[in-house]
Design a protein around this ligand. Structure first.
Ligand code: FES
Length: 152
């Protein structure tokens, strides 16, 4: 979407929701749902609609890892870093994932295919280590299985 259209869309969302109590977070979710991310260029219109400073809006976006300023890859891969998964080898799985994809958490591969994110418990502790790919949960994921999931 062209930048001016993104700004226009974010401005319409922000204006429509500005009167709600605690409107900033719902607006940011709505903008990200609509645009796939919250581009830096949309921060001024969101701030204006809520009578906040750009720094305040930017501060909230950067506080929550869920919000992204760049579009995610085609596939979003979450690796669980919570206790049970750690006990079952998720640290080694993370290291493998980062090395095989050539990226760190919160980054996207150069070809735009995969974004890697950490998550803290997917409610699948009995089948650790757990990975979620595009909303689908996978259990007892080995390095080889991880590669299959990412390539699928
Ligand atoms: S600790 Fe990983 S799913 Fe619960």
């Amino acid at each position: 979407m062209p930048e001016n259209k993104e700004i226009e869309t974010a401005g319409e969302i922000a204006k429509a929701m500005a009167q709600r109590p605690g409107a900033l977070l719902p607006i940011l979710h709505a903008v990200q749902d609509e645009l796939g991310c919250i581009p830096a260029s949309t921060v001024p219109v969101i701030a204006q609609a809520l009578n906040l400073s750009r720094a305040e809006v930017h501060g909230v976006i950067s506080f929550y890892p869920f919000f992204r300023s760049q579009p995610a890859g085609k596939k979003i891969v979450y690796i669980c870093r919570a206790e049970s998964c750690q006990a079952m080898g998720s640290a080694a799985l993370e290291a493998h994932a980062k090395q095989s994809l050539g990226i760190d958490y919160h980054q996207t591969t150069a070809d735009g295919s995969v974004t890697l994110e950490p998550v803290y418990c997917l409610g699948n502790c009995a089948c650790s280590p757990s990975v979620m790919v595009d909303g689908e949960l996978h259990s007892r994921v080995s390095a080889a299985r991880f590669d299959e999931l990412v390539k699928a």
